[in-house]
Design a protein around this ligand. Sequence first.
Ligand SMILES: [Zn+2]
Length: 289
Amino acid sequence: MKLGRCILFTVSAALSLAAHAREAIPVSAKTHRIGPGVYTFSHEGARNIFLVTAAGVIATDPISKEAAALLLTEIRAITDQPIRYVVYSHQHWDHVKGGQILKDAGATFISHHRCMKHFHRHVNPDVVQPDVTFEGASYDLTLGGRTLQLRYFGRNHGDCLIVMRIPEEKAVFIVDLVTPGGVSGGSGWMNDYYPKDYIRSLQAIEEQLDFEHMIGGHGAPIAPKSAVTERRLYLEALMAAVKAELDKGTPRGEILENIDLPEFRHLRNYDTHMKLNAERMLVYYAIGW
Ligand SMILES: [Zn+2]
């Protein structure tokens, strides 16, 4: 089923009849229904998705202890089905902390195999260790007649990030690679991003995944596929602009002031973050990754 007019139909509104049974949800937490059994939940700027199936719930990034508790309350307002799985998008703590409450509810935790070395090297007691990992480019998680397709495109933002596709909705859940309508990289520094691999991955996502909508781990709850393309074009233009200055022999100290991309000035945080993004590209050309 494709996403239709019911897009962003709020769970709170849908469940008004059951409101008496719910705890109060702070305004910072929001759940949206994006299709039959498919929801997004956001808390303090980070977002996950969850699937409610006939055999249980597939949840994703718990975000934080507080968020995971709210998420569980939201899920319980929708279904009594057990929480069967929690899928990590990647290893960064701002997305994967706080899952213990979901572990206690019986969930099996899943990540890409490559995340494990990060979890072992950088131990955080608030991060539940995955129970199941997969290697390679794809893993289809099926439950109750639904499938969440996990797709790995190699190194891009870190080296273990997976994109999750919901086939019935022609939608993908993309964390940190694309924040619709904005420039790159949270603070702007593009920490743990590998520019060339990042661009290559976005192109692969555009070409290899059949989807019409993306759900971002940050930013607007849902956006058209063109948001992925826009991010790729922005990054390509930025790299090209930095490279052109280097090729001209512009002294390094003057390069950033010369960089401007008028066609992308409409992007959120362009004024504050674009030069920081450009600085990451300068680092790429200085050291080769
Ligand atoms: Zn991240």
